[in-house]
Design a protein around this ligand. Structure first.
Ligand code: GDP
Ligand code: MG
Length: 164
């Protein structure tokens, strides 16, 4: 089986957009195995000579941050249990939030390598400044990316495949 990369983060940070970008617009596969969460989708992706699958998590969206955390936690932990690596997506325009800190705490308790993607950084120079704040999460270098425009995703993938 292909190594699995779990894409994790608060609602609305751009996980699905980034997954579409990483998977190059190829069709979603929804696993029909028992026990696999219905709204988790698996997409085939590759970078260089590495093939892998990207799993989008957190299909549920809530208005209030305090309500969604238990659901994200459940989805994230179940996705992490089968993942070789994780991409933790945060929103560079929104800045660091308590929800990000909480997710970072779950991730630190898991023996899975994490790549930190600071999304919505359309401008590379501005992106570096926006990303700097996320060093505080203690998950290594924050990578500024734009899921919509694609910038930074090459560097992110270069790092990601070293963990597969
Ligand atoms: P998810 O809930 O984490 O899966 O987030 P989505 O991928 O559904 O995106 C949430 C919102 O953020 C949508 O309005 C997207 O258009 C927007 N968005 C996603 N990626 C980017 C990005 O790279 N830059 C900007 N400016 N907006 C983005
Ligand atoms: Mg989504």
């Amino acid at each position: 089986p292909l190594p699995i990369v779990a894409v994790i983060g608060r609602p609305n940070v751009g996980k699905s957009t980034l997954v579409n970008r990483l998977a190059g617009g190829r069709d979603a596969i929804v696993h029909d195995q028992p026990g696999v969460t219905r709204d988790r989708t698996y997409r085939n992706a590759f970078w260089g000579d590495r093939d892998f699958q990207v799993v989008d998590t957190g299909g549920l969206v809530f208005d209030d941050e305090t309500e969604f955390l238990p659901f994200i936690r459940e989805q994230a932990l179940s996705a992490l249990s089968e993942a070789r690596a994780a991409v933790f997506v945060v929103d560079g325009q929104a800045g660091l939030t308590d929800g990000d800190r909480e997710i970072a705490n779950w991730l630190r308790q898991h023996p899975v390598p994490v790549v930190l993607a600071v999304n919505k950084c359309e401008s590379p120079t501005e992106g570096l400044a926006l990303a700097a704040e996320f060093w505080e999460l203690g998950l290594g270098e924050p990578y500024p990316v734009s899921g919509i425009h694609g910038n930074g995703t090459g560097e992110l993938l270069d790092l990601l495949v070293t963990h597969l």
